[in-house]
Unconditional design. Sequence first.
Length: 411
Amino acid sequence: MNKQFGYVKDGKVFLKSFRKYPDRAIGDVKDTEENAINYFINRFSVIKGKVDTLVKNVEIAQNKGSFLMSLLHLKEAVPQYDALGDFDSLMVMLEDAEGTLGGLININRQKNKEIKTGLIEEARVAAQNPDWKEATALLTEINGKWIKTGKAEKDIDEELDHEFREIYGEFYSRKKAFYEEIQALYVVRLATYTSLMEKAKDIWRKKGHPGELKVIQAAWKEVGNVPKVMLFPVMREYRRVVKDIVKTHKFAKGPDTQSYAKWESLCAEVEKMISTKDFTAPEKIKKIQENWRAAGKLPSHKMDILQRFTSAIDKYFEVSYLENTMKRKYPGIELRSTREQLEAKVTLMKEFIRREKLEIDNHNAELSNVRPGDADAELVIKKKLAFQNKRLDNKMKLLEEIQRNLLAILS
């Protein structure tokens, strides 16, 4: 009986001491001592196989460091394994592999220290870039490299990380303060634009001469940039007022002998379709739009006719959608009282407006997430916002009209 690594005593199988580990009972004798010894000798091949596999993986793997924790766990498990065999040789294999890994890890950590030191310098330079968008893009790229870089030596890794994060924190604090200042400046400029627009309205109310606009127009050019989304409502009203002043002055100079009946007739056709609720023939409204384009361009002092046509078309599609939704959602609604119909329309319009506002919020979120420097994507989203704001404005006007009609019935 091979008793090199163990022995039987008092009906139990013992593993002989090795290294700092004393003799240890690893099992009972079930039938004969020889069978018990052989059973535990055979079990040794299981733990040896695990050690052999791990050591081989360490030798052939590219990322050897990934096996360190497995090796340490196995190193703790081997002395506690119930088997008979040369455990000392297994410990030697594991210690050799640990030494190899330790050396590689130290080398890698030194490299990681050098990489992180370099990234800190790159971040420091990028953070001083006066172009906020470019600086943000550079710092985002550097941060990605930092995340992919492993740890440096334990005593310095935390210090490096703190230094790196401090650069980022200081940069984003300055960036936030800068954009808050810019936003405050936009608010001041918008107030100036609004004031100039009101001054132009004063000229229009008193039927003043277009020459009085020169001071306002010169001041308008000096105000400075404001995002189009913020400025659009004021700009639209300002341009309308200026055109009305010019148009009024032209009328005062003499009669306009040109006939605009063909354009006014098309406006009247759309308005009639709305008043008679003629929404069953979409090809008819399409034909009217084609006829409008074929009629040619209106002179600048007749933009009120264009505004009338555009408003009528917008209203046609809004009312058409509302009426069709009413019939679909409330079958037989046309048989109910006028009050009930108006109340149903108010409910639907409020829901339509809620959806439009949600779309606007989504587009604003998209705009805030546009990658720095992506002017094309920014322009596309801003166009969507302008279109969505126009739709919202049309719906708000229609809701106000319906509510006035409802109030007239209730009062």
